[in-house]
Design a protein around this ligand. Structure first.
Ligand SMILES: Nc1ncnc2c1ncn2[C@@H]1O[C@H](COP(=O)(O)OP(=O)(O)OP(=O)(O)O)[C@@H](O)[C@H]1O
Ligand SMILES: [Mg+2]
Length: 749
């Protein structure tokens, strides 16, 4: 096609050039011919003028010597015109127009005739001049006249001949020029008419050549647009042939792509429609966000609608439960920001049933519009299972935590990985969920490593369950320990389970029973002993006192007897204590002010002979009495004895002086009064702590060892209890806890 257009353009240009050249040449030719004819006519005119002036001069000659004679000047004037005409004739014949196109022979002939004519005119002028100037005689004058006249006649004849000869030629030339011009004019007319026709024909042919293939291509394009990808373009050549080939290739490739797209679409459609989860495509923005654009059959079935009904609904407004719908704008906003949102929400079925779904939703963009792809899974069954599991877990944990025994589960590295509530509270364990490496030995024994001969460790080594009882000083508790091995999938030991019971109370009861038994025995024994000793001792005492009353006794003997009396008195006191211990008097309960009794007891203690005797060491007394202590039901004498025993022990524990601190405190919640008597003395060794309350246990040279046992007995008779804290070298503190009965409390208020 390109070649055709180029060829057409070249031909068109050539035709234009040739026609133009032809027109130019024709015009040039006609113009020059016209110029030539004009020149010929001018010459013709000059010749005729020449003839006229010749005839004028001839007539002037003829009229000479007549009444119509003209003056010589007029004749001369006419001769001059004649000469002038001749000169112009010569000039004209020698002009380029006249010489152009003539051969040299013709030129020579014309010029020789002209020169001949000029020569004749010159002869005529001479003859004329002689005739006009001669004055010699008539004969000569007539001769001159004749010659001149005759020459003139010849000239006229010659010029006439020339005029006749040239007039015919001039007419022929003029005719020829006219024909040429007319010819040129016709050619120009023809060109003016034919030019557009030829251009139209060429254009038509070209358009025909171009529009045909274009229409074929257009038709093929329309067919492809209509989906006919099998249509092929045939019969086109040249450039259009190449375009058609490319077009056919394009339609083949398009067909293949369409095939792949259809296959892929089919796959996804199958996936979409056969998926067990509900799949929704909903509008993410616009006037109605949440409007369902597409959904799969599972979505319809899950919500109890038909697919047609579902496609008219709005996911948020119609399917989300009210609470889920409230949160929907926030979810949509997050999705629009590119987040893939996962959540568990409630949906509502067509019949109003609310059920839980797990949603996974993300942004989907096509055709420059934003949609949400939401995959919803009905998790009703899973939720039921989770609730069951949770329920079981809660039940198990409640059971686990309800057990009052400490239960701790350990791994092989002595880490507690699980513990029940009792264990948490007693061992003061941190949260096992947040803290790592909670070593059992640290919390059970307060140690940096497993204790030596740890029986639980043997269980870990042997895989055999073990049980034992122990007192754990770190917890200040008696424990009944049971250790059981934990086995892994391959029957290997992966740790142990400890079930530990706090048997402190049981032990205390056992001890109390044992003590009560002891007391009973001691009491019976002491009563008998006191009874047996009392009477002889009274006799001894009376005898010794009689001896002591002898005024003549030597001073040395008197001091020995006095010492004997003192020792007998001490035995009496001891017997009294023994009797007191064996058969303590019943407390006489009355409303008492504990602060007051304690304060008085401090005064007595500081004045006690044993203290006064050792007054060299400074005892600082510190009192911290709670002013809000209510009055309590107690025996004031027995309470005083209790405080005195403790105060004296404290002072005796500080032979080098120290701080004797006393404190009272009322615990309103427990409705109990706590009295603390502490010292900064030598303290009690840990191994002896459990023994100090036993009767007759003493570390003192003159001690009876009955002070603390009587004290505890009196406190327990008042419904209270007591304990102690001691650190060797730093001091000891005894705590007494007395219940305030309601009557006592009312009295205070
Ligand atoms: N505050 C204390 N500091 C250090 N040790 C103490 C203290 N109180 C008691 N003890 C120890 O407890 C033992 C028993 O005391 P308890 O009062 O029963 O008898 P005692 O003081 O030895 O004799 P008694 O009280 O009959 O004179 C004491 O011997 C002493 O070793
Ligand atoms: Mg004592």
């Amino acid at each position: 096609m390109k070649k055709l257009i180029i060829t057409a353009v070249i031909i068109f240009c050539l035709i234009n050039t040739v026609v133009g050249a032809y027109v130019i040449v024709s015009m040039e030719h006609a113009t020059s011919k016209l110029n030539y004819v004009i020149s010929l006519h001018q010459i013709e005119l000059l010749r005729e003028h020449l003839l006229i002036y010749l005839k004028k001069v001839q007539s002037d000659l003829s009229l000479k010597n007549t009444s119509h004679e003209r003056s010589v000047d007029t004749i001369v004037q006419n001769v001059r015109y004649l000469d002038n005409m001749m000169s112009r004739c010569m000039a004209c014949h020698q002009s380029p127009e006249m010489l152009t196109g003539k051969n040299s022979a013709s030129k020579h002939y014309v010029l020789s005739r002209l020169y001949g004519l000029q020569n004749d005119i010159n002869v005529y002028k001479e003859s004329l001049s002689r005739f006009l100037t001669i004055r010699a005689g008539r004969q000569r004058t007539e001769l001159a006249f004749d010659k001149a006249f005759h020459t003139a006649e010849q000239l006229v004849a010659e010029v006439n001949t020339m005029v006749h000869a040239t007039s015919a030629k001039l007419a022929e030339r003029t005719q020829s020029s006219y024909r040429d011009i007319s010819m040129t004019k016709n050619v120009l007319y023809a060109l003016v008419v034919l030019g557009p026709i030829v251009a139209a024909v060429v254009g038509f042919v070209l358009i025909k050549k171009v529009s045909g293939p274009c229409n074929t291509l257009l038709r093929a394009t329309r067919k492809i647009t209509d989906g006919d990808l099998d249509n092929k373009i045939v019969g086109l050549k040249g450039e259009f042939g190449q375009v058609a080939a490319s077009f056919n290739e394009m339609s083949d490739s398009l067909k293949e792509h369409m095939h792949r797209i259809r296959e892929s679409e089919h796959r996804y459609r199958t996936l979409f429609e056969s998926a067990g989860d509900a799949i929704f495509i909903v509008e993410a923005e616009g006037p109605e966000p949440g409007r369902i654009v597409d959904a799969n059959p599972a979505a319809a079935e899950m919500h109890g609608y038909t697919l047609e009904e579902l496609l008219k609904l709005n996911l948020v407004k119609d399917l989300d439960a009210p609470h889920a719908a409230t949160d929907a704008p926030d979810r949509i906003e997050r999705i629009l920001q590119g987040e893939w949102v996962q959540a568990e929400i409630n949906h509502v079925k067509k019949d109003g049933t609310v059920f839980p779904v797990e949603i996974n939703a993300g942004l989907l963009e096509f055709m420059e519009r934003k949609y949400i792809l939401a995959v919803d899974r009905d998790i009703s069954d899973r939720k039921k299972m989770e609730n069951l599991i949770l329920q079981s877990k809660i039940e198990w944990e409640n059971t686990f935590d309800t057990i009052t025994d400490m239960i701790t589960i350990h791994d092989k590295d002595f880490n507690i990985i699980r513990a029940n509530k009792a264990a948490h509270e007693i061992l003061k364990l941190p949260s096992l969920e947040t803290t790592r490496a909670i070593k059992c030995y640290a919390y059970y024994h307060g140690k940096d490593g497993p204790p030596k001969n740890c029986l639980s460790c043997s269980c870990l080594e042997t895989g055999q369950p073990t049980s034992f009882e122990m007192f754990e000083p770190h917890l200040n508790k008696y424990l009944e320990v049971r250790a059981m091995p934990r086995f892994g999938n391959n029957n290997e030991i992966i740790g142990i389970i400890h079930v530990i019971r706090d048997i402190t109370e049981r032990k205390k009861v056992e001890e109390a029973l044992q003590r009560a038994e002891q007391m009973k025995m001691v009491g019976e024994w002491a009563t008998g002993l006191v009874h047996e000793i009392k009477n002889p001792l009274a006799g001894i005492k009376g005898s010794v006192e009689v001896l002591a009353s002898d005024a003549n006794m030597a001073e040395e003997d008197r001091s020995i007897v006095t010492q004997a009396v003192e020792e007998i008195k001490r035995i009496e006191i001891l017997l009294k204590s023994l009797l007191n211990f064996a058969k303590p008097p019943k407390p006489q309960l009355t409303l008492v002010d504990i602060n007051e009794i304690l304060d008085k007891s401090i005064v007595f203690a500081l004045r006690h002979p044993s203290v006064v005797a050792n007054s060299s060491s400074a005892i600082n007394v510190f009192k911290d009495f709670d002013p809000n202590i209510p009055k309590a039901m107690a025996d004031p004498m027995q309470m005083q004895q209790v405080f005195l025993n403790l105060l004296l022990n404290a002072i005796e524990a500080m032979p080098d002086g120290g701080m004797l601190a006393t404190k009272t405190f009322y615990d309103a919640q427990l409705n109990s009064i706590q009295i603390t008597i502490s010292d900064t003395g030598k303290g009690i060794d840990k191994t002896l702590i459990s023994k100090v309350f036993q009767p007759f246990f003493t570390t003192k040279r003159k001690g009876s060892g009955l002070g603390l046992s009587i004290t505890r007995r009196l406190v327990e008779q008042h419904g209270g209890h007591m304990d102690l804290e001691s650190e060797p070298g730093k001091g000891t503190a005894f705590n007494i806890f007395l219940n305030v009965n309601s009557k006592g409390k009312e009295q205070k208020s």
